[in-house]
Design a protein around this ligand. Structure first.
Ligand SMILES: [Zn+2]
Length: 484
């Protein structure tokens, strides 16, 4: 062979074999999991209406900023995003607007983005036009557009910050701060409800320490579940947790505040991160299933507390226990990601003719009953608007798979027993729920609770059919099986 030709062949062989090696090395170096997290401020302008009570009132002071806390995970093939917002609830249309930005700018599909509200009662409304509207699609206000944009920006910043990550899952039981708020009362002591009836079996928020209390009508769920992301053997990137506590409350008059959810995040960031950490650790507390659980120990009379005192106590105690548990976790460097999203054809709550008649008569009689008419009038309005609800609910439910962990979501104030049932029936041993996600549809008691009555079951507090929790559970379990 011509020596020149031989050299050429050898050179070609060397050239060809030069490529696979670096590509394999590249493959080996490529992280199985990456994570990034960022926090967007979503504090409203003063004067926006604070919702959560029966009558909205304008915000007069910002005690602490409201945030959309964002976490993006990437397994190399699939990205999923979590956004937990300091809001009472978020209308489906606001979230769809945020997801449109995210999908067009980052190519993360809407099905793989979860946006939820913490349920702080000291935020202003992003629930669509007030008063309560029963429509799956609405026009957005300026503040609602701002919130949608800030959610998308937080996700985009999280994508900018994606870096190799290890993941761990943990759960602890903290029964100290959750109490079932629905109680059976002694025979003959049930007060009259706004609909003029006293034949219900259960009272929501009875007098704490009152002598007519018999027992709670449902269980508590003491579980705190959490996912932690850290740089390989390095600083914590983010901690996403969920606990079934409605909110704590006890804020200053007309204050905007993130409630205990904000204090908890700060406490976690302080104990697991450092002040100079860049990018900073982002901690978030989503609401698990707390439709019937709150922070009031009904067995004892309630003591007086200074504003913000109780929420700080709860937040610091929970954060201390979660941070201590993080030290004991086992870390993995991979977690295949997947998600499913459906909009269910659950029906709006049916309003019968006799209830409509009651609503019209109540409105007509309001000037004569004066102050006593506030609650009946509120429900008379809600019942009539509910009878004119948009044809479809488009009720969003979602499953997010993070390795061997499964999260199921509902857009409702969901009862504790639903969260417990999901954990027990899920095909994943490590499962938990996040409520008030991807929309807001009011309370979702289980069918058993509709028989018992009480605030959460009243039409206008509950806006969807009594079988909704069963349909939601079926859909969640089906989707969980699909991603298993
Ligand atoms: Zn609530």
């Amino acid at each position: 062979m011509n020596p020149l030709r031989l050299i050429l062949i050898i050179a070609l062989l060397l050239f060809a074999s030069a490529f696979p090696a670096p590509m394999q090395a590249e493959e080996a170096k490529k992280p199985a999991l990456r994570a990034g997290a960022a926090t967007s401020v979503i504090t409203p302008p003063l004067g926006e209406p604070i919702v959560g009570g029966f009558t909205p009132f304008p915000a007069e002071h910002i005690h602490d900023e409201l945030h959309a806390r964002c976490l993006v995970l990437d397994d190399g093939k699939t990205k999923i995003a979590f956004v937990v917002c300091d809001l009472l609830g978020i209308h489906r249309s606001v979230i769809l607007e945020a997801k449109r930005h995210i999908e067009s700018e980052l190519s993360i599909p809407a099905s793989h983005v979860m946006v939820s509200a913490t349920h702080t009662h000291s935020a202003t409304t992003v629930l669509g036009p007030t008063p309560r509207v029963y429509a799956s699609d609405v026009e957005l206000s300026d503040y609602e557009r701002f919130v949608a944009r800030r959610i998308a920006d937080g996700v985009r910043r999280s994508v900018n910050l994606l870096r190799p990550a290890e993941i761990a899952f943990g759960s602890i039981e903290v029964p100290d701060h959750v109490f079932n708020r629905r109680w059976f009362l002694k025979e003959g002591t049930m007060p009259v409800n706004p609909f003029g009836r006293s034949d219900e079996k259960v009272k929501m928020n009875p007098g704490a320490g009152a002598d007519n209390l018999v027992e709670p009508a449902g269980p508590i769920d003491p579980r705190v579940s959490f996912l932690v992301l850290r740089e390989p053997s390095g600083p914590v990137i983010s901690l996403l947790s969920a606990y079934s506590l409605h909110y704590v409350g006890g804020v200053g008059q007309a204050h905007v505040s993130a409630d205990y959810f904000g204090y908890y995040s700060k406490a976690i960031e302080k104990s697991l991160g450092t002040e100079t950490q860049d990018p900073p650790l982002v901690a978030m507390m989503a609401n698990a299933t707390s439709g019937d659980l709150n922070n009031i120990n009904f067995r004892e009379p309630r003591g007086r507390k200074a504003p913000y005192e109780q929420m700080q106590f709860v937040a610091n105690d929970l954060a201390g226990k979660v941070a201590a548990a993080v030290a004991t976790l086992e870390w993995a460097d991979a977690a295949p990601l997947d998600a499913r999203y459906r909009e269910l054809d659950v029906k709006w709550r049916a309003i019968d003719e006799s209830l409509l008649t009651w609503a019209r008569e109540t409105e007509a009689a309001a000037p004569r009953i004066g102050d006593k008419a506030v609650l009946p009038l509120a429900y008379a309005g809600r019942v009539q608007r509910l009878s004119r609800a948009s044809p479809e609910t488009k009720l969003p439910v979602q499953i997010l798979k993070i390795g061997d962990v499964c999260i199921g979501t509902t857009p409702c104030e969901t009862f504790a027993e639903t969260g417990i049932e999901f954990r027990e029936r899920s095909p994943f041993a490590k499962s938990f729920m996040i409520e008030l996600a991807n929309g807001y549809y009011g309370y979702m008691p289980t069918p058993r609770h509709f028989e018992l009555g009480g605030y959460e079951t009243w039409p206008g507090t509950n806006n969807i059919e009594p079988q909704a929790s069963v349909k939601v559970m079926d859909a969640l379990l089906e989707m969980a099986a699909e991603v298993k």
